[in-house]
Design a protein around this ligand. Structure first.
Ligand SMILES: C[S@@+](CC[C@H](N)C(=O)[O-])C[C@H]1O[C@@H](n2cnc3c(N)ncnc32)[C@H](O)[C@@H]1O
Length: 213
């Protein structure tokens, strides 16, 4: 299991135990702003999808969505959200270590606030995400930058879990970087991502001929 909490499944289960959706039910604003990249019929994987706000939104847009998260409580809420929204998402309870990663399967891999991953876990995870893409497939990733440690409006308190543009440029240097931008914005994503925030968004495309195994 990824480091950070001694028992991440239990920690996230208790965070998700409240009746409300702690990151809201609307999709992440940065992801929604990139809707034109996510076309109906695309096969997409939502990594660490939590309570399902992003996977359900993509399914509503006509994508074929696989989603997983370590927390059974979060996934149960995600299933409920999908049911209430009348869409189908293939949800699984799995940690990033447990998930049965496929190779060359997806048109897009979406990773929104997956900063539970320490540097070692992150290196493996990003490699698996890239490998899971078909050629020409897209990574869409949103996270916090180290400046977020001053704002304290969401995200982990561990500097080495946060992303700089250099870190992402390096990690995705074997892909075509379509967009990489750090910026400040005010988030209103449920009770947990709330207020002035230091963000970074990355869109990267897998070149033809690469398998990143
Ligand atoms: C900040 S939340 C983001 C959830 C979702 N992506 C969203 O934007 O609403 C981080 C998520 O990572 C999940 N998580 C934590 N450790 C994990 C692990 N080792 N493997 C898979 N998921 C994990 C948590 O259960 C939680 O849902």
């Amino acid at each position: 299991m990824a480091k950070g909490f001694s028992n991440p499944r239990q920690t996230w289960d208790s965070r998700f135990a409240s009746a409300d959706y702690i990151f809201g039910t609307a999709p992440n604003v940065w992801l929604a702003a990139h809707a034109e990249l996510l076309q109906p019929g695309m096969r997409v994987l939502a990594v660490a999808d939590g309570e399902g706000r992003n996977s359900v939104w993509m399914a509503q847009r006509g994508l074929q969505v696989d989603a997983f998260d370590i927390s059974p409580v979060g996934v149960e809420k995600a299933r409920r959200l999908a049911q209430e929204t009348h869409v189908t998402v293939n949800f699984q309870v799995a940690s990033v270590e447990e998930f049965a990663w496929k190779v060359g399967e997806y048109d897009a891999v979406v990773a929104i606030f997956i900063q539970f991953a320490d540097p070692d876990t992150r290196a493996t995870l990003l490699r698996q995400m890239k490998s899971a893409l078909k050629p020409d497939g897209l990574i869409l990733l949103q996270g916090y930058t180290p400046k977020q440690l001053d704002y304290k409006t969401g995200g982990p308190p561990n500097a080495d879990h946060l992303y700089t543009e250099d870190l992402l440029r390096d990690a995705f240097g074997d892909m075509d970087i379509v967009e990489l931008r750090s910026y400040d914005d005010v988030l209103t994503e449920g009770s947990q991502h709330c207020g002035q925030s230091a963000l970074v968004g990355l869109v990267a495309r897998k070149p033809f001929g690469c398998n990143f195994r």
